[in-house]
Write a protein that binds this ligand. Structure first.
Ligand code: SF4
Length: 328
């Protein structure tokens, strides 16, 4: 690991001044991804700005039924929070399905948002990887791509976004708050992460000098929600496919639906097409199938990962079926 300077600002204003003075610096929260990346030589910041002392660790109720979550709230704490468990079960379940108990105790909401892909070629300095080194190629496209994406990919990168939490946040219409020396701005979660296009190394909408300070959730459309994660083993594994869904059914008709997918795209994938098909449709197996089909029409499979398309279809249908029974 390369040596680096370490600073610990006393407040948010000092933190954003520190990063503005040196945009190549990195913020350190729980460290569960950054420290790994520094050990591997993929991140080599000259300065690490430790933000664990900033007052960003609260979960607060908002007027109107929403919730504000500080960026430094630990994943385990957020999953167990009574407001989250009662109003956003999908978020609590997504958090508990991620990583291990030890990692959830350390990892923060801000760090979870900004974690980088787990594509093995990205971590292998001997391999070609456009995301790690622009214009070097992509080892995964003609290589081992069982874990890779089928939606939103490009000829430059087919990596998946690894977060479970972000899939639930995408379904819940979350907004990310970011602060810099220029002020505070808010970005919808669905626009926060970028698709790779021809610049996969640009992963988010965040400017290099911005600090994520909070995530806000509007009041839920329904508390009938679920996170279903399909993976190779029961714990401590990334999703092959995951589904975050909230479904409201009245008199046999879908009156509200929020759906997002994980493990299948380079960003948390909000399933707008499926939502369009389902809204106002009868809450039936047939409608769930049509919605899943509509969302996955654009999917592109490769020899290693084509199975994900059918797996995603079936996981969407199974999740909606379960919620439909509960919510009617
Ligand atoms: Fe790199 Fe993306 Fe290709 Fe993986 S899929 S090797 S992250 S460019």
């Amino acid at each position: 690991m390369r040596s680096f300077a370490y600073v610990r600002p006393p407040d948010v204003a000092a933190a954003v001044r520190a990063i503005a003075a040196e945009p190549e610096a990195r913020f350190l929260g729980g460290g569960t991804n950054l420290v790994d990346l520094m050990r591997e030589g993929i991140e080599t910041p000259a300065t690490v700005v430790d933000i664990t002392g900033l007052p960003l660790a609260d979960v607060e109720e908002l007027p109107g039924g929403g919730v504000r979550i500080g960026a430094a709230v630990r994943n385990a704490e957020l999953a167990a929070h009574p407001l989250i468990r009662a109003r956003y079960p999908v978020l609590s379940q997504a958090l508990l399905s991620g990583a291990s108990a030890q990692l959830r105790n350390m990892a923060t909401v801000g760090g979870n948002l900004l974690q980088r892909t787990r594509c093995p070629y990205f971590y292998d300095e001997a391999a070609a990887c456009n995301r790690r080194e622009p214009d070097s190629g992509c080892g995964a496209i003609g290589g081992l791509n069982r874990d890779h994406a089928v939606l939103g990919v490009s000829d430059a990168c087919i990596a998946t976004h690894p977060s479970d939490m972000c899939v639930a946040l995408a379904a819940l219409d979350a907004e990310v708050e970011a602060e810099s020396v220029r002020g505070v701005r808010r970005v919808p979660l669905t626009g926060f992460h970028r698709l790779p296009g021809d610049a996969p190394h640009v992963e988010t909408d965040l400017a290099p000098d911005e600090l994520v300070t909070a995530v806000e959730l509007p009041a839920p459309v329904t508390t009938t929600s679920r996170y279903r994660k399909v993976r190779d083993r029961a714990s401590y594994a990334f999703a092959l496919v995951s589904v975050a869904a909230a479904l409201e059914v009245r008199d046999g008709t879908v009156t509200a639906v929020r759906l997002a997918l994980g493990g299948v795209a380079p960003k948390p994938w909000r399933a707008h097409e499926a939502e369009r098909v389902l809204t106002g449709a009868p809450a039936t197996e047939e409608a769930y199938r049509r919605a899943a089909e509509a969302e996955l029409t654009a999917a592109v499979g490769r020899p290693g990962n084509a199975f994900k398309i059918d797996l995603a279809r079936r996981t969407i249908v199974a999740t909606l079926r379960e919620l439909g029974r509960e919510g009617s």
